[in-house]
Each structure stands twice: as structure tokens, then as C-alpha cells.
Design a protein around this ligand. Structure first.
Ligand SMILES: Nc1ncnc2c1ncn2[C@@H]1O[C@H](COP(=O)(O)OP(=O)(O)OP(=O)(O)O)[C@@H](O)[C@H]1O
Ligand SMILES: Nc1nc2c(c(=O)[nH]1)N=C(CO)CN2
Length: 157
């Protein structure tokens, strides 16, 4: 199945946490990273009183189920020292599922597609880069929409 993930960090060595989370995903036997956006420095969305983030979007191929993929993302967050202190607060790494095979899913653990993705420029900018034909939950193409928040693409490695 094809899935899209949003990853973000705003504590410590942000580049290290982004890279490490990709490496942990890529070493899982049921996950293959197909595309990786550049890195974007972004103003915090939601709770604005915290450091700037670095964000990326990944396109992956996986045979994990949506909930198993969520479990894996949460295990990686844990292994990289993420603590859930405040909603939308600072974190070493946050991994969100944006889309899983265009499935619509809603239970107490997982909502797909991600309900706030279309408002967030930190998701839309990297998504536009790697998937310009992506159709958002509203039915509009990602290139036709702009979200809230300032973002800057960093020089690619
Ligand atoms: N599409 C999704 N991707 C990741 N987590 C999700 C999703 N839908 C629901 N959740 C649930 O949201 C809970 C809170 O996640 P998290 O702490 O990462 O929120 P957040 O990143 O601070 O905020 P936001 O959900 O607005 O990005 C998770 O425990 C998870 O069960
Ligand atoms: N710029 C930016 N802001 C955020 C981010 C994020 O990854 N980047 N993640 C949040 C919780 O999902 C809340 N706010």
C-alpha cells in the first residue's frame, strides 16, 4: 500500500531526529521509502510559543496495516525520546499518518486522511514538492491550496 507520512522536530538536533526516524522506518522489513521531500524550516502551527520546526513528508510503500503502521510510528517516536507533555507542544520527533491508500478511517486511535493536513503549510509545502498531483480531502489538488504558517525550504543535503 502507498502511504504518506509527515515528520517534524523542534527539539535538540532536528536534522538528526528527522534522519534517524527515516532510518528506523527504512530498516523495517515491511516499509520502503519511495520519496522524501527536502527539509523545511517552519514556524510552529497551533501553539506558537515554541521553537521553529524542521518538517519533511515521506511517501512510503508498506504491507503493514494502518494501525500497525501507526504503532511503528509511535514506537519510533518513543525510541527517539519523544514525550507527550502538551498538545501541539515541542517534540524531538512527531510522525503523523497523512494518507494510507486513500482510505477513510476513523476510530479512537487513528483518523485518515489526517484531519488537519489541509490547513498546515508545513505539510502542504513538502507534499507539493514530492506529489504535485496529490488530491486533498477537500477534493482540491495540493498545488491549488495554501495552508497557514510560514515555511522555508532549506538547502538540500
Ligand atoms: N492520522 C493520524 N496520524 C497520527 N496520529 C493520529 C492520527 N489520527 C489520530 N491520531 C492519534 O492522535 C494521537 C495524538 O497524536 P500526537 O500526540 O502526535 O498529536 P499531535 O501531533 O500533537 O497533533 P496533531 O494530531 O494535530 O498532529 C495519537 O496517539 C494517535 O492515536
Ligand atoms: N511548524 C509545525 N508546527 C506544528 C507541528 C509541526 O510538525 N510543524 N506539529 C504539530 C503537532 O502535530 C503542531 N505544530
Amino acid at each position: 500500500m502507498r502511504a504518506y507520512l509527515s515528520i517534524g522536530s523542534n527539539m535538540g538536533d532536528r536534522g538528526y531526529y528527522l534522519l534517524q526516524s527515516c532510518q528506523e522506518l527504512a530498516t523495517h522489513p515491511e516499509v520502503k521509502i519511495i520519496k522524501k521531500s527536502g527539509t523545511y524550516e517552519t514556524k510552529p502551527w497551533g501553539n506558537v510559543d515554541q521553537p521553529d520546526f524542521w518538517n519533511q513528508v515521506l511517501e512510503i510503500e508498506t504491507s503493514l496495516s494502518p494501525l500497525d503502521l501507526l504503532d511503528l510510528c509511535q514506537e519510533i517516536e518513543k525510541s527517539l525520546g519523544r514525550e507527550r507533555l502538551i498538545r501541539w507542544g515541542p517534540r524531538t520527533i512527531d510522525i503523523d499518518l497523512l494518507n494510507y491508500d486513500n482510505k477513510v478511517w476513523e476510530d479512537h486511535r487513528l483518523i485518515l486522511p489526517h484531519p488537519r493536513m489541509e490547513e498546515r503549510e508545513f505539510v502542504l509545502a513538502p507534499l507539493r514538492e514530492i506529489a504535485p498531483h496529490y488530491i486533498l480531502p477537500s477534493g482540491r489538488r495540493v498545488t491549488e491550496v495554501s495552508g497557514d504558517g510560514e515555511v522555508w525550504q532549506l538547502e538540500s543535503e
